[in-house]
Write a protein that binds this ligand. Structure first.
Ligand SMILES: *Cc1c(COP(=O)(O)O)cnc(C)c1O
Length: 360
């Protein structure tokens, strides 16, 4: 059986060049070679994050850091902005960590707006806010800059931002926006295999964490900082993935960040044009649509599972059939990672062919 290419919104397709880079000989995690590798990836990661304090590398998926951020920072209470499966789950995780948590919920497909967050924070009940920038389940891109502008009004609230599925597809400025924790994962737009989370932490967040006695070990921000200062990680990291990351950064900076952002915007627009010309609608509200994936509303009432099957069997392509409670009512197409005009054109042609073979 030939390989089925991934157009699901994570994990995404990983190139042979990255697999090759990950096959580099193993090195010790307390060796000079490792320190050199760690040091080498920092400047480019800092540029991408806009984070002058450095970028921590965690051997975990993104959820490890999403949970860890709450354990490091939430003392009084956390406001969880909820607009889809990932952001809703973060509220659940906060409660499971024993935190005083409150959900600010909007309907799936709608964005979280700064005014709504302002109203909720105004009561003074929270010292932490969680926000998912790009809600991968619904295809909503929340207005990050409008929301982080609230930081000036609520300096004691720690703003934790998940950019798991938007990082490297749109610009971000961690320092400039005043974000306290910005996190992403390897298997979405970075097009690396799963298993590595990357995150930046503000000085204020480090200070908050210092006063939290039960922040644990594996995701302790101060363990990360102390080891970062020696170009290392707290425990043995996924060294092969960091080799892959170095190769990916070479590719990203050869393309150029601005060119990369424009490519994702252009490919996303190609998918959007296909949605319109195919008579489908968008699940996400206009003006708040993701640039890295498209959540297509199944207003035509097609058999999504049958479409997935035709895509897989006839075209060796995997698309997603909708997440959780909107499975079948939506389907999702990713334009993250290494996709090009040609590969997205091939995806759209395959969708047209598959749709023409569906029973009317
Ligand atoms: C994929 C995803 C996550 C979870 O990532 P894991 O790697 O499974 O931990 C969190 N948030 C968003 C927005 C995601 O897309």
């Amino acid at each position: 059986m030939s390989h089925v290419k991934l157009f699901i919104p994570g994990p995404v397709e990983v190139s042979p060049a990255i697999h090759q880079a990950m096959a580099a000989p193993m090195i010790g995690h307390r060796s000079k070679d490792f320190q050199a590798l760690y040091r080498e990836v920092q400047p480019r990661l800092q540029t991408m994050f806009g984070a002058s304090r450095g970028v921590f590398l965690s051997t975990s998926s993104a959820w490890g850091v999403m949970e860890g951020a709450l354990r490091n920072l939430t003392v009084k209470g956390v406001l969880n902005g909820c607009c889809g499966a990932f952001s809703d789950k973060w509220f659940d995780v906060a409660k499971r960590c024993g935190k005083q948590a409150e959900a600010l919920k909007v309907d799936w497909g709608r964005p979280l707006l700064a005014d709504q967050i302002d109203d909720a924070l105004a009561g003074g009940r929270f010292d932490t806010l969680t926000l998912v920038h790009n809600e991968t389940s619904t295809g909503v891109l929340n207005p990050l800059e409008e929301i982080t502008a609230l930081k000036a009004k609520y300096p004691d609230v720690m703003f934790i931002v998940d950019m798991v599925s938007s990082f490297s597809t749109v610009p971000v400025d961690f320092d400039g926006l005043g974000i306290d924790v910005l996190l992403t994962g390897s298997q979405k737009a970075l097009a690396l295999p799963p298993g590595l989370a990357l995150f930046a932490v503000s000085e204020a967040a480090m200070e908050r964490a210092a006063g939290v006695p039960d922040r644990g070990y594996y995701f302790d921000f101060h363990e990360f900082q102390a080891n970062h200062d020696k170009d290392m990680t707290p425990s043995t990291p996924c060294i092969s993935l960091i080799h892959g990351l170095r190769a990916k950064l070479d590719e990203i900076f050869a393309e150029g960040l601005e060119a990369r952002y424009q490519r994702h915007q252009r490919l996303n627009r190609m998918v959007h044009e296909w949605v319109r010309r195919s008579g489908f609608e968008f699940f996400a509200a206009e003006g708040y649509r993701s640039k890295s994936l498209t959540c297509v509303a199944n207003n035509r009432g097609i058999d999504v599972a049958a479409l997935q099957k035709l895509m897989r069997e006839n075209h060796r392509m995997a698309i997603d059939g909708g997440y959780g409670k909107i499975k079948g009512a939506t389907f999702r197409l990713s334009n993250m990672g290494d996709e090009t005009d040609d590969t997205i054109a091939a995806l759209l042609a395959a969708l047209d062919d598959s749709l023409s073979h569906l029973p009317a």
